[in-house]
Ligand binder design. Structure first.
Ligand SMILES: Nc1nc2c(ncn2[C@@H]2O[C@H](COP(=O)(O)OP(=O)(O)OP(=O)(O)O)[C@@H](O)[C@H]2O)c(=O)[nH]1
Ligand SMILES: [Mg+2]
Length: 458
């Protein structure tokens, strides 16, 4: 396997569809003085929906050369992922031309941001990855890394659940094609998990704002009470997720997702007074992790090396990170196949000597034989806040069980002898019932044996 040169890696970010555009827009608009964060060469925000693209452009002040409206639909594809797929295929030239105009030659890798529940991003991502892989293999004769940051839907969005199952299966199957036509990593960011995290962890101003807008005093509600008294908020008992709340929720959620994304890009960024051991850059994650990854980030880590007992302090921090900070719920027993940890902080905290402690504390969350890759980002500055990023490869994901059940129910609903009934598959998704059943089977085989309902955590 060819390796990625970690010393010179520069990354190109692409936001596909509405969710992808928002994530890329809010990530890169955060940068100071309009400069891109180090190691981000450029970015492009793409959509098949003119209105949404314009909205993203205005909201995040994105220049027109960094946006691309493609396909002739102009109003999005309404969740029909096959149309999202075809839209990329029929616009390959204009996509490559615009990437070239932005300067993507010599790039080490791409980060693609998308939802898995919509149509433009969900369907377009596999087609885009294939296009990029071919372009670099044919013209630059080299391998690039491609990471997909994919957003899983809220509860009870069955049509989005179907799309998510299709997307995951499609992306993983593309990896099996000669030359790997799929992504190196799929990072799962779950809207339902992130919403719960935000509501329970960040009961500050943002929740007050949401409370005023929804008429619910969210700050005053425990998670259980929230579920029972306002089922609509978490979509527990309603048939459909309330779209009017969705926009407000994603505003709260996106900053949480971006923390982990920014941290993933950071170890390889050179800074004065910073030392990274072992040398690590974003491309290395692909070499050490299984291809489906759940990030968990504790960005306000407080440990006190001077007090001693670093083993137990780190143990507590890791337990907390796994159970409270993962961006997709991994339940109580993730049994992951691999993990990458990045401990950042002052030289007292980010020390290679802590390797045995970290490994010991991570072991209960891993399957037997799993690989552990710790990295330490040490800063001269004593005041630097400490943080811990854990990337779990192929963990148990109870939520995928729910998504699969939602998808199966919808598939079942439209199945039957009637040709007219089955027409739904063609009309709404542009695919066959068989293709969706195969996608369900793929995920049940990959994850099913350990995502039984009993293993669901609260
Ligand atoms: N976290 C997060 N989720 C979002 C955001 N915008 C949309 N979503 C989620 O994305 C899903 C809908 O997908 P979109 O990204 O809107 O769809 P699209 O790719 O534009 O495709 P079409 O609209 O079908 O053409 C839903 O699950 C939304 O909750 C966002 O900014 N952040
Ligand atoms: Mg859209």
């Amino acid at each position: 396997m060819e390796t990625v040169n970690s010393n010179t890696s520069q990354v190109f970010c692409i936001g596909l569809g509405e969710c992808g555009s928002n994530l890329v827009g809010s990530y890169l608009a955060r940068s100071k003085k309009g400069e891109l964060p180090p190691r981000i060469r450029e970015y492009l925000v793409m959509n098949t929906d003119r209105g949404d693209l314009l909205k993203a452009r205005q909201k995040y002040s994105i220049s027109s050369k960094r946006t691309l409206l493609y396909s002739d639909a102009e109003i999005g594809v309404g969740g029909k992922f096959s149309a999202g797929f075809d839209a990329v295929i029929s616009s390959e030239d204009i996509i490559l031309n615009q990437l070239q105009a932005l300067g993507y030659e010599g790039i080490s890798g791409f980060c693609i941001f998308t939802s898995f529940g919509g149509g433009t991003g969900c369907g377009g991502t596999p087609a885009l990855i294939r296009l990029l892989r071919k372009r670099f293999a044919e013209q630059e004769k080299r391998k690039i890394f491609i990471y997909v940051f994919g957003v899983l839907p809220f509860n009870n969005q069955s049509s989005e659940a179907v799309n998510s199952v299709w997307a995951l299966s499609k992306l993983l199957r593309l990896q099996l094609e000669e030359g790997n036509m799929g992504p190196d990593l799929i990072l799962l960011l779950s809207n339902r998990t992130m919403l719960e995290r935000v509501l329970s962890m960040q009961r500050g101003e943002s929740v007050d704002l949401l409370s005023r807008q929804t008429g619910n005093d969210l700050a005053d509600l425990s998670k259980e009470k929230l579920k029972s008294t306002t089922p609509i908020i978490l979509g527990q008992d309603s048939n459909e997720f309330p779209t009017q709340l969705e926009e407000q929720f994603v505003e709260l959620i996106n900053p949480l997702a971006l923390e982990s994304i920014a941290e993933m890009l950071s170890p390889g960024v050179p800074e004065i007074g910073k030392e990274v051991l072992p040398t690590t850059d974003i491309g290395d994650f692909a070499l050490k992790l299984d291809s489906v990854v759940v990030p968990a980030m504790f960005n306000d880590l407080t440990v006190f090396p001077e007090v001693g007992g670093m083993g137990s302090q780190l143990n507590t921090a890791i337990e907390y990170t796994v159970s409270n900070c993962s961006l997709t719920n991994m339940g109580n027993n993730p049994a992951a196949s691999s993990v990458f940890s990045v401990l950042s902080g002052s030289r007292d905290i980010a020390r290679v000597e802590f390797d045995p402690f970290l490994k010991k504390s991570l072991t209960p969350f891993l399957a037997k034989g799993a690989s552990i890759s710790p990295t330490y980002c040490a800063y001269d500055d004593d005041a630097t806040k400490a943080s811990l990023l854990l990337l779990f490869g192929l963990p148990k994901i109870p939520e995928l069980h729910d998504i699969l059940e939602e998808a199966k129910s919808l598939i079942q609903l439209h199945s039957g002898d009637s040709e007219l009934k089955q027409h739904w598959f063609k009309r709404s998704k542009g695919t066959t019932r068989e293709e969706l059943i195969n996608a369900v089977n793929d995920l049940e085989k990959l994850f099913g044996y350990y995502i039984t309902p009993e293993q669901k955590s609260t």
